[in-house]
Design a protein around this ligand. Structure first.
Ligand SMILES: Nc1ncnc2c1ncn2[C@@H]1O[C@H](COP(=O)(O)OP(=O)(O)OP(=O)(O)O)[C@@H](O)[C@H]1O
Length: 239
């Protein structure tokens, strides 16, 4: 069966001589929720960025819906880039402080030529995550972390991704906002059949939320039937 998202033999990091991820493999079936657990600093966010096509690995392959990634960041083909939605731990780093929350949620729609539907769809998404019109009119510095993270989740769902990567999505949030955002993600997955990669160190949360959990230190090995990775061309810079 084709995996919704697959990393095959990925080596990645910030120094080619001392990579963070070494020959890491992980596959998510269509609709599957996988929790990736590991201690702080081990490389979970690096793996999440590679999976979301935001960080180019030194070696190995990322496949989205069975198709090999053909670029990274803005050079990724739009269909691949938009197939993966991502939510980061710190909404203030991920949100443009000049935009209203409404514009923030609508940003991916405008950026992909769906501007005509943007306002109505942003409102619908905002309602889904529990943000009313008064909050949508505010800018990031005028809302709480939890309210801003709700907007970031709505933004990640705007293009109906087939895979959602949540990198410590709830690490800064209280229990009730955590429960509300997990419920939003689960409702979206139930509607859409999307797969989820939830990254974090809260084992209790991820075991309750996900179909299975993978330990970063021991669980990123290739399945026996997975084709060995091919190294990326040596002369292409990482980043
Ligand atoms: N942009 C960067 N440049 C250089 N080194 C980095 C960069 N980002 C992360 N690192 C380093 O890579 C290693 C893995 O970091 P990463 O953020 O992937 O870990 P993590 O498991 O997500 O940690 P946490 O749970 O604390 O968020 C760390 O040693 C970190 O200092």
């Amino acid at each position: 069966m084709t995996a919704a998202l697959e990393l095959r033999g990925v080596t990645a990091g910030y120094d080619r001589r001392d990579p963070v991820l070494r020959d890491a493999s992980l596959a998510l079936a269509e609709g599957e929720a996988v929790g990736l657990l590991g201690p702080s600093g081990c490389g979970k966010s690096t793996l999440a960025k590679v999976a979301a096509l935001l960080h180019r690995p030194y070696a190995g392959t990322v496949l989205i819906g069975g198709e090999e990634a053909r670029g990274w960041r803005h050079r990724a083909p739009r269909a691949q880039r938009t197939a993966v939605g991502v939510v980061f731990q710190q909404p203030r780093l991920a949100a443009d402080p000049r935009l209203s929350l409404a514009a923030l949620v609508a940003e991916p729609l405008r950026a992909t030529g769906r501007g005509a539907q943007a306002a109505a769809r942003a409102e619908e998404l905002a309602a889904r995550v529990g943000l009313g019109p008064d909050l949508l009119a505010r800018r990031p510095h005028e809302v709480s972390d939890g309210q801003l993270q709700r907007a970031c989740v709505a933004r990640a769902l705007a293009l109906r991704p087939r895979v959602l990567v949540c990198d410590e999505m709830t690490a800064m949030l209280d229990a009730s906002t955590t429960a509300a955002l997990v419920a939003v993600v689960e409702e979206y997955r139930a509607d859409s059949g999307a797969a989820l990669l939830a990254v974090g160190h809260d084992r209790v949360l991820l075991e309750r939320w996900c179909d299975r959990t993978v330990d970063y230190a021991t669980g990123l090995r290739a399945a026996p039937d997975v084709t060995p990775s091919r190294p990326a061309p040596a002369d292409t810079p990482a980043g």
